[in-house]
Write a protein that binds this ligand. Structure first.
Ligand SMILES: [Zn+2]
Length: 132
């Protein structure tokens, strides 16, 4: 965030006043044109906001368990860094895909193999989702 101060002007007649805008009221010189000590000045503030997004989906048949779960997008890591994540569990296509790329560009996980081979990783059951 940055702040920019504009010029100070008389609050009564808008005459430019050569005086810092932080000058206390008691220390202000009267306006050369009208004698007022009221002031009018501009203050600009610039700020930047970063937006991140993600999408999570679960596909289910009318009856039965899910057959496709997916998370894609930004995820905050325990390290405090943001990562671009693709996390897919595809039962019908028998595919497990996970790729995690930190905001630094470092790839910390890149997995693509049959879902039936995905065992013993502690996340075999897929993303934690209530009711599944
Ligand atoms: Zn004035």
């Amino acid at each position: 965030m940055s702040t920019q101060f504009g010029t100070s002007r008389c609050g009564q007649c808008s005459e430019p006043i050569d005086e810092p805008i932080i000058t206390p009221t008691a220390a202000r010189k009267p306006c050369a044109r009208c004698g007022s000590i009221s002031r009018n000045f501009a203050l600009g503030i610039n700020s930047t906001i970063e937006l991140r997004s993600s999408l999570k989906s679960i596909a289910r048949p009318t009856v039965g368990k899910w057959f496709h779960k997916q998370f894609q997008g930004a995820r905050l890591q325990a390290s405090g860094l943001w990562a671009d994540v693709i996390d897919v569990y595809d039962r019908r296509g028998n595919r497990r895909r996970e790729r995690v790329v930190l905001e630094t560009g470092e790839v910390i996980r890149d997995v693509d193999h049959p879902l039936t081979d995905h065992k013993g990783h502690g996340s075999d059951k897929g993303p934690r989702t209530p009711g599944t």
